[in-house]
Design a protein around this ligand. Structure first.
Ligand code: SAH
Ligand code: SF4
Length: 374
């Protein structure tokens, strides 16, 4: 059985052709799947019965099993999906006053192994398929429309960030068709500015993304010099800061936004002094149009690191702001359910833990989303 969530619209058209159908049927089918959230071919009333039967014999529309759903007191919702062989990935919905953001995973685990990241500590299990990436959005969007009782045509998610588990640019082949589905007007119709790929700096793939499917780009910088960055983001040894910044500059020629977002995780006593901030200014100023997003470190026991105190984060931001660089400090969301940045670990190997999550899930449904999307 083929899972139709694996296909962008072009690939679905090719699949329809294989079934002896006209390519344009794919558009109808695509709309049923992604606009309407249909998973049963019988529902698709404007498709010929013969096609529906053919599809039912060959294809499914299905998500990975949901192990748990947890809602935070701030409205954030986290789902844990079972991706088989003891692996799980997490997806987080973050409601804001003016938009609904979904934080999507691209891999089970991550091979980059950043020191401050819980996913990195877990090691790499496997790449997600296109269908598993898209399924996170498909499931969350339609689940939220139901639970939030949204009117027809209203959508719950209008912003996607590839900031869940994994390094999206190390799963490039699966990522691009997934991005295309997110952008497709017959599916989610998200604006290129509202789909963000976040990367630790896979330089050749930044160049390919610029050619194949330019969306907003966030780069996880975390340090102003190679010695420090080597120790925090091991991939820096392969693609050092200079090369990374040049790739960022090239990316801007095709990017839907005229700046790169640099993410910078604030680690107490490691990368958070005013001198680090001044070095950053010297590094990027006049070279890469950018914004900085400072992320308060979300601790987890194995990291041995702690969060920079608030005053130090503010002093750091002041140095960047004084140099004319737009700087924001990320609000931590969902930390009471371990859904904050860098806390996603997909702990399914510990089955006992999974059982606890299931118990909590029963307590947290139905979802009450405070300050949800319009
Ligand atoms: N692999 C990609 C995307 C996933 S991580 C990347 O590294 O960009 C998404 C963001 O969360 C990155 O900016 C990452 O540096 C940040 N992050 C990871 N661990 C964190 C932690 N413990 N606290 C705060 N932010 C963290
Ligand atoms: Fe991987 Fe990103 Fe975590 Fe680094 S921060 S280990 S690249 S998921």
């Amino acid at each position: 059985m083929t899972n139709l969530l694996e296909f962008d619209r072009d690939a679905l058209a090719a699949f329809c052709e294989q079934l002896g159908e006209k390519r344009f049927r794919a558009t109808q089918l695509f709309r049923w799947i992604h606009h309407r959230g249909a998973s049963d071919f019988e529902q698709m009333s404007d498709l010929a019965k013969s096609l529906r039967e053919k599809l039912a014999g060959r294809a499914v529309i299905s998500t990975m099993p949901v192990i748990s759903e947890q809602a935070s007191s701030d409205g954030t919702i986290k789902w844990l999906f079972d991706v088989g062989a003891g692996n799980a990935v997490e997806t987080v919905f973050i409601p804001e006053v003016d938009r609904g953001t979904l934080c999507v995973s691209s891999q089970a685990g991550c091979a980059v192994g950043c020191r401050f990241c819980s996913t990195g500590h877990q090691g790499f299990s496997r790449n997600l398929t296109t269908g598993e990436i898209v399924a996170q959005l498909w499931f969350a969007e339609h689940r939220l429309r139901d639970t939030l009782k949204l009117a027809d045509g209203q959508r719950a998610i209008d912003n996607v960030v590839m900031m869940g588990m994994g390094e999206p640019l190390q799963n490039y082949a699966a990522l691009v068709p997934a991005l295309r589905t997110m952008l497709d007007d017959h599916a989610y119709g998200l604006s290129r500015r509202r789909v963000t790929v976040s990367t630790s700096g896979v330089v050749p793939m930044i160049d390919r993304l610029r050619e194949d499917c330019p969306v907003a780009l966030a780069v996880s910088l975390h340090a102003p010099d190679d010695v420090l960055r080597d120790s925090l983001v091991p991939l820096n040894r392969k693609y050092p800061i200079d090369e990374l910044l040049e790739a960022c500059k090239r990316y801007l020629s095709a990017a839907p936004r005229d700046f790169i977002t640099f993410e910078y995780c604030m680690l107490d006593g490691v990368n958070d002094t005013p001198e680090h901030a001044r070095e950053l200014v010297r590094l990027v100023k006049g070279r890469v149009p950018c914004k900085f997003n400072l992320i308060p470190f979300n601790p987890f026991p194995a990291s041995g690191l702690t969060r920079s105190p608030r005053e130090r984060v503010m002093a750091f931001a002041d140095v960047l702001l004084a140099a004319g660089i737009v700087t924001t400090v990320r609000k931590t969301r969902g930390d009471d359910i371990d859904a904050a940045c860098g806390q996603l670990a997909g702990e399914v190997q510990d089955r006992t833990h999974a059982r606890e999550r299931l118990a909590r899930q029963r307590q947290t449904i139905p979802i009450a989303v405070a300050g949800g999307p319009p």
